[in-house]
Design a protein around this ligand. Structure first.
Ligand code: GLU
Length: 308
C-alpha cells in the first residue's frame, strides 16, 4: 500500500517490552482519535525488532488491553521483525549514496571524547572520530550516517515549529550495529513508509528523534508524515514515570472494569471536556464523542499527572 490516496493513515507502535501503561494509553487514544477525526485508518505495529528486550506474552497482553478500551485497529498487525529485508534495502541505498561509514568506537569512548552535553540515552553527540576512517585493527561496532550542518525544521500539530541541528544534538548517528541489527531510527522510517502511514502521533519523549527521522526520509526520498507529539504522563510532582509506577499504579491491568473512567481521564488530559453524561457510557461511545471533539490545538503544552 502506498500514499496514492489522500486517506489519513495513523498508527500506534508499542514495543512488546512491557504492558501498556497510562502514558502509552495517551499515545494510543491520541493517535486513534486524530486518525478517526480525519476519516482515516489506524494501524497497529508491533515494534519487536529488539528481540532480547521482549517479554513473552506481551503482544497478547497489549492487544487485549487495547480491545478493552475499544481501540480497534484496521487491517492486519504489522510486525517489525518481518521487515528486515526492507531495512537492508534502505541501508544499501544509503551506502551507495556514500552517506554511511563504519565506526569502531565503543559507547565508552564516545562518552569520554564528547564535550557536548549528553541529551538522551540513544543519542550522545558523536564527535565524528571515524568519519575519515577507523583506526587500524578496529572492529566495526556500528554504521553511522553523516549528518549535514543544516537545521531540520518541521511543524508539529501541537508544538508548532520545531527545529534542530543534528550535529549539535547527536552528530552522525548509528543506523546499524556491528552485529547487523538495525536501529530504531532507520526501522521506523521504513515501516511508516511501507505501511503508508502519513500521520505520526506519539509521546513527547520521541520529539528529539523526529529530526533524525526526517533527515533519513529526505536522504531516502520518502514523503514526510504529519507529526503530533503528545504531553507525557508523569507521577506526582512531575516525576518521570518509573518502571515501578508503570507496574503498579499505571499498569492498565489494574484498571479492569474501570476502563471508562480512565478513558475519560485521558480525554481530559488531551484537552477535551467530556460531558458528565458520558460517565455511564461504554468505551466505544466515549471514543465516538472524542472523534467529534478532538483538536490537537487544544492539547495542553505541559504534561502532568492523569487526573481521575
Ligand atoms: N515503539 C516505540 C515505543 O514504544 C514507538 C515508536 C514510534 O511511535 O515511533 O516507544
Amino acid at each position: 500500500m502506498h500514499l496514492s490516496s489522500n486517506e489519513i493513515i495513523g498508527r500506534f507502535a508499542p514495543s512488546p517490552t512491557g504492558s501498556l501503561h497510562s502514558g502509552s494509553l495517551v499515545a494510543a487514544v491520541g493517535s486513534w482519535l486524530l486518525a478517526k477525526a480525519g476519516g482515516g485508518r489506524w494501524l497497529l505495529r508491533i515494534d519487536d525488532l529488539d528481540a532480547p528486550r521482549q517479554v513473552p506474552g506481551m503482544v497478547d497482553d497489549i492487544l487485549r488491553t487495547l480491545e478493552s478500551f475499544g481501540l480497534t485497529w484496521d487491517g492486519e498487525l504489522y510486525w517489525q521483525s518481518r521487515h528486515k529485508e526492507a531495512y537492508l534495502q534502505a541501508f544499501d541505498q544509503l551506502l551507495q549514496q556514500g552517506v554511511l561509514y563504519p565506526c569502531g568506537c565503543s559507547r565508552k569512548e564516545i562518552a569520554l571524547s564528547s564535550s557536548a552535553p549528553h541529551h538522551d540515552d540513544d543519542c550522545r553527540p558523536y564527535p565524528g572520530s571515524c568519519r575519515n576512517g577507523m583506526r587500524a585493527g578496529a572492529v566495526v561496532r556500528s554504521w553511522r550516517v553523516r549528518v549535514s550542518a543544516e537545521e531540520i525544521c518541521f511543524d508539529d500539530l501541537r508544538r508548532g515549529r520545531v527545529c534542530q541541528r543534528l550535529g549539535e544534538r547527536c552528530g552522525d548517528f548509528a543506523l546499524r550495529r556491528g552485529d547487523g541489527g538495525f536501529a530504531y531510527q532507520l526501522a521506523v522510517v521504513v515501516d511508516d513508509h511501507l505501511s503508508g502511514v502519513n500521520q505520526v502521533v506519539r509521546g513527547d519523549d520521541l520529539l528529539p528523534s523526529t529530526p533524525r527521522q526526517i533527515y533519513l526520509q529526505r536522504l531516502l526520498g520518502l514523503p514526510q508524515p504529519a507529526y503530533c507529539h503528545l504531553p507525557l504522563v508523569t507521577g506526582p510532582a512531575g516525576a518521570k514515570l518509573s518502571k515501578r509506577d508503570n507496574l503498579v499504579s499505571h499498569h492498565l491491568g489494574n484498571w479492569t472494569g474501570r476502563e471508562r473512567a480512565l478513558l475519560l481521564a485521558v480525554l481530559r488530559f488531551l484537552g477535551l471536556d467530556p460531558p458528565r453524561e458520558l460517565a455511564g457510557a461504554a468505551c466505544g461511545e466515549i471514543l465516538g464523542w472524542g472523534i467529534g471533539h478532538f483538536d490537537p490545538a487544544r492539547i495542553p503544552l505541559a504534561g502532568g499527572e492523569l487526573q481521575l
